[in-house]
Design a protein around this ligand. Structure first.
Ligand code: HEC
Length: 188
């Protein structure tokens, strides 16, 4: 799980530690030290402004974006589940489009929409994202990867007839439930 805010902090810390204070007397390295200190100072200033900006409006935008993201997934999956149930007539072109959208959704860097501080405890009433998304980032990433694998498989078969499509949808539905049951609260 990539955390944008942590990324900004990490850079100046790495620069500052590369040149310990006793390097100061070694000619050219002293220059580098001064430079790295200046960069570090700028970096810290940037980190402070990024994090204070992120603390308000940006966090809400991230929540809106990811909720929209899951709505896009749900809309496209709904077309395919509708076909499987006989509520929507099977149409190879339509199925391929909807499945292609799911495949595309599976390959975007969704982790950018989960900055720290956007769990359902911090932003009550706005999100159902459980704190476990951050405390068990590897587990959450594995669920996202399972969705991607399932979406790719749906896309591969989507144009091959209703039975072929149906055979891939169980895993797709399972990938939604598999993530929601551990990482999404039942209500706001
Ligand atoms: C890797 C985890 C994960 C996977 C896979 C996943 N979801 Fe979700 N989903 C979430 C989380 C977390 C939220 C809550 C987002 C929030 O409230 O900030 C959510 C929210 C939603 C929402 C509500 C969006 C809103 O407006 O609040 C819908 C609908 C949804 N998911 C449908 C699906 C469907 C359908 C699938 C499978 C085809 C799926 N999701 C796969 C984690 C996942």
């Amino acid at each position: 799980m990539v955390n944008v805010t942590v990324g900004w902090y990490a850079m100046p810390v790495a620069l500052a530690t590369r040149h310990p204070p006793n390097d100061r007397h070694e000619g050219g390295i002293g220059m580098k030290l001064t430079f790295s200190r200046a960069v570090a100072a700028l970096g810290v200033a940037a980190a402070v402004s990024v994090s204070s900006f992120a603390a308000a409006e940006d966090l809400n935008k991230a929540v809106k974006a990811r909720r929209g993201y899951y709505q896009v997934i749900s809309f496209n999956a709904g077309i395919l589940f509708g076909m499987a149930k006989g509520q929507v007539a099977y149409d190879a072109e339509l199925a391929k489009k909807a499945a292609g959208n799911l495949k595309a959704a599976g390959s975007i860097h969704a982790d950018l929409m989960f900055p720290a501080g956007t769990d359902n405890g911090a932003l009550k009433g706005q999100t159902r994202a459980l704190p476990k998304i951050w405390s068990d980032a590897a587990g959450f990433a594995a669920k996202a990867a399972a969705f991607k694998t399932a979406a790719d498989a749906v896309e591969a078969k989507s144009g091959d007839g209703l039975d072929a499509l149906r055979s891939t949808l169980g895993a797709l539905g399972g990938s939604c439930k598999g993530c929601h049951s551990s990482y999404r609260a039942k209500s706001f």
